[in-house]
Design a protein around this ligand. Structure first.
Ligand code: NAD
Ligand code: UDP
Length: 392
């Protein structure tokens, strides 16, 4: 690909506030950060040939791993993220790991003018839409913000893509759209349920918008990826989930307990109809999940309409099994307190991943132990702590 970018509003930032600590070898070396700040793209990008993939929310936990996969495959990537739940440092980390820099545009996926300019100025032929808000409890308190960002973002993106003639879209959906499915494992033919919170509703609404859009014009090829429970981190320990507030999900909370930031892990209910009474989920490694996006887009290039794929391992673990596996992997004892069930939680949820295997050739291969080991390495790296497994 032969591209020359003449970016109108490009500015270079020398990073004075790098979180990296050079004296600690597990941190990235300090270096000068060069970001492309591109709030409103003016004329001025020329690119002949080639193609690029736009990843919305690409500075976030999942989007960053997705971006890394494509960059590692030699593809060119544009990341659009407003950094409301991520940091610019993620872009540096992606670049370091990939040996190749994504274009980074700080902006909002609901900004139609920005999207129009972006789709005009870069040779984007496919979009992976990860941008969104994802905290269930927050969505109950602030439903309008969730619908605005998640549904409004999907709507604006589809409008801009249609106008630009870009018809390949991979969407970050969630197993939450199945609600409390009576049959397990959950396959893609299971009816979508009644999500019990605005977050889940916003995912289902976005899916429905995309289905309608695809029915209206045969040029669309859309993949709805229903993620089960992504956990873990890049095995380098340089990329992972970085919650900006109190984590809601099991693993980030457990990591904060293990690293001494929180006193104990609350186990939400031990009276479920499961072998040990705690909730069972299908945890999958974020690197496997990222690979699923590459496979999905590959398949979408030969398809039309909407395709739905579950991305999960097909195996469930209870909360207590996850805690026990974490203790084995790290040697750290996790203080627990059994509490009441969390409202809206279901007892059991795991995927039938057969369709993704048959149609995409994708299968999650990383074990629970490697998910937990990689997550712990990332946590130690972030906090500047020594990984106890290495210290012992
Ligand atoms: P994340 O918060 O780490 O990443 C989302 C990114 O989107 C963040 O970088 C955030 O800054 C950005 N963003 C939010 N609103 C934006 C906007 N209006 N414009 C531009 N950027 C915006 O979350 P994640 O875990 O990486 O999740 C990515 C996607 O996957 C989300 O859509 C989420 O709902 C979905 N998902 C996540 C999980 C999970 O367990 N992590 C499970 C199922 C589905
Ligand atoms: N969970 C828990 N304590 C926590 C967070 C979660 O016991 O601090 C349980 C939760 O009840 C569920 C499982 O862990 O059974 C996974 O919850 P998570 O929020 O990570 O994922 P989701 O509910 O979206 O599947």
């Amino acid at each position: 690909m032969n591209c020359t970018y003449r970016l109108a509003n490009k500015v270079e930032l020398a990073d004075q506030s790098s979180p990296y600590r050079p004296e600690q070898p597990w941190f990235l070396p300090p270096h000068r950060r060069i970001e492309t700040i591109y709030e409103a793209i003016a004329d001025g990008v020329t690119c002949e040939g080639g193609r690029m993939i736009l990843i919305t929310g690409g500075a976030g936990y999942i989007g960053a791993h997705v971006a890394l996969q494509w960059l590692g495959n030699g593809e060119d990537v544009v990341i659009l993220d407003n950094l409301c739940n991520s940091q610019r440092a993620a872009i540096e980390r992606i670049s370091t790991l990939a040996g190749k820099r994504p274009e980074f545009i700080q902006g909002d996926v609901r900004n139609r003018r920005l999207l129009d300019n972006l789709l005009r100025d870069y040779p984007i032929d496919a979009v992976v839409h990860c941008a969104g808000l994802k905290a269930v409890g927050e969505s109950v308190r602030e439903p309008l913000r969730y619908f605005d960002t998640n549904v409004g973002g999907s709507l604006t993106l589809c409008q801009a893509m249609a106008q630009a003639g870009v018809f390949h879209l991979v969407f970050s959906s969630s197993a939450t759209v199945y609600g409390d499915c009576a049959t397990l494992p959950i396959n893609e033919n299971c009816a979508t349920g009644q999500p019990t919170n605005p977050y889940g509703m916003s995912k289902l609404m976005s899916e429905n918008i995309m289905k309608s859009v695809a029915s209206s014009d045969p040029r669309w090829s859309i993949g709805l990826l229903r993620y089960f429970n992504p956990i873990g981190a890049h095995p380098s320990g340089l990329l992972g989930e970085a919650p900006t507030s109190t984590p809601n999900n099991l693993l980030p909370y457990l990591l904060e307990v293990a690293s001494g930031q929180r006193a104990q892990l609350s186990v939400f209910g031990n009276d479920y109809p499961t072998p040990d009474g705690t909730g069972i989920r299908d945890y999958l490694h974020v690197v496997d999940l990222a690979l699923g996006h590459v496979c999905a887009l590959g398949a979408l290039r030969d398809r039309h309409g909407v395709s739905i794929w579950n991305l999960g391992t097909g195996r469930g673990y209870s909360v207590l099994e996850v805690v026990s596996a974490f203790e084995q992997v790290t040697g750290i004892k996790i203080p627990l307190r059994i509490e009441a069930r969390r409202p809206g939680d279901i007892a059991r949820c795991w995927a039938d991943p057969q369709k993704a295997l048959e149609e995409l050739g994708w299968q999650a291969s990383r074990s629970l132990h490697s998910m937990l080991a990689d997550a712990w390495r990332w946590q130690c790296n972030q906090l500047g702590q020594v990984d106890v497994r290495q210290a012992n």
